[in-house]
Ligand binder design. Structure first.
Ligand SMILES: NC(=O)c1ccc[n+]([C@@H]2O[C@H](COP(=O)([O-])OP(=O)(O)OC[C@H]3O[C@@H](n4cnc5c(N)ncnc54)[C@H](OP(=O)(O)O)[C@@H]3O)[C@@H](O)[C@H]2O)c1
Length: 327
């Protein structure tokens, strides 16, 4: 495993960071708790020291599982990254920005973006309880909330750093102009954004800005939520309540299948799977600090950590990039 410094912060994170969205179950067709705990333990045993979660993932369940999985372990050897600013329980009383609605276990849920100072402080206290810890390594606003001035949210983060409740402040899904606004109040360690072989939008403006300003990038959904493993073109099936039934629709299956077919021999030559090749390529792209890979079980977790066990030479990266340019 490689460990990389996150922007201007003092945090050193594992280049493959464990993503705990799917183990929350909601939107992902559920997950077995034991498999989730095993995935976290297997990640740590494979050199992954960093875990990324959010209150929204499983409406608290993902954080709770991480808290349970870390019991009896040295807290200082792992970095917990979590978030705030998505509210689903009505506690925002209509304030904030409506984001989307979803059905969870037959119940209609309205999700709001809400990042007022009071709400940030409240959410952090709840996260600390679920995570069974007294500090969070990196706290990130989950999505920009257009109804709260950015400086108000950033002041809350600055106060939490002063109190020792968080070690560093991050954002997620922020644009360059939102980063510029946040920088007026606080030093931002990182921006967590979508990035994969199939979604390279950040390369245009965001990566040049974060590189120039020493802000880390935490790349999420690098496997395009499992699609880039190739298994959904073979025999893997999605449950009815899995959001990927819609999500995968944005990609042209023939093009993705063709891409996977082209890069498969290179993966094989490295004794790697296509998923590992995809993660390794992602970790080598300009400006990317860590690759946030989700895993539901120990097998996936071990495989994802193994993406850092081989490297790609310049001509191999070029070969992949040529295939990507044909998409
Ligand atoms: N900030 C944000 O707005 C935001 C948004 C999305 C994600 N994230 C973060 O980024 C993390 C990673 O993104 P993600 O979970 O959305 O997607 P991802 O990492 O691209 O894909 C994860 C999914 O792919 C499948 N998978 C994982 N490893 C595999 C392997 N080795 N072989 C075959 N299949 C494998 C698993 O699902 P199946 O087995 O069911 O196929 C897994 O749940 C999240 O967990 C979360 O921490 C943040």
């Amino acid at each position: 495993m490689e460990y990389r410094k996150l922007g201007s912060s003092e945090l050193s994170l594992s280049a493959i960071t464990y993503g705990a969205f799917a183990i929350g179950g909601t939107m992902w067709g559920g997950n077995e708790r034991k498999n989730s705990i095993d995935a976290i333990h297997a990640s740590i045993e494979s050199g992954v020291t960093t875990l990324d979660t959010a209150p929204f993932y499983g409406f608290g369940l993902s954080e709770e599982i991480i808290g349970e999985a870390l019991q009896g372990r040295d807290r200082t050897k792992v970095q917990i990254l979590t978030k705030f600013g998505l509210v689903w329980d009505g506690s925002n009383k209509g304030k904030g920005e409506h984001f989307f609605d979803l059905t969870d276990n037959g119940k209609e849920v309205s999700v709001y973006k809400y990042a007022s100072k009071a709400n940030v402080i409240k959410e952090v206290e709840e996260s600390l309880v679920r995570l069974r810890t007294d500090y969070i390594d990196l706290l990130q606003i989950h999505w920009p909330d257009g109804s709260t001035p950015i400086d108000e949210t950033m002041e809350a983060l600055a106060a939490l750093i002063r109190q020792g409740k968080i070690r560093a402040a991050g954002v997620s899904n922020y644009s360059v102009s939102q980063l510029e606004e946040a920088a007026k109040t606080i030093s931002i360690a990182s921006n967590q954004v979508a990035y994969s072989m199939l979604n390279r939008a950040i390369e245009k403006d965001l990566v040049p800005y974060t590189t120039d300003h020493n802000i880390g990038i935490i790349a999420y959904s690098p496997l395009e939520r499992g699609l880039l493993s190739g298994k959904y073109f073979a025999d893997a099936k999605l449950k009815a309540d899995d959001h990927r039934n819609g999500y995968f629709g944005q990609f042209d299956p023939e093009k993705v299948k063709a891409l996977i077919g082209k890069i498969q021999p290179l993966a094989q030559s490295k004794n790697a799977t296509v998923a590992q090749l995809v993660l390794r390529w992602t970790s080598l792209q300009k400006g990317i600090t860590v690759v946030l890979a989700g895993a539901r079980n120990a097998e996936q977790a071990i495989s994802n950590a193994g993406a850092m066990d081989f490297t790609l030479a310049a001509d191999e990266l070029q070969f992949i990039n040529t295939q990507l340019s044909k998409l």
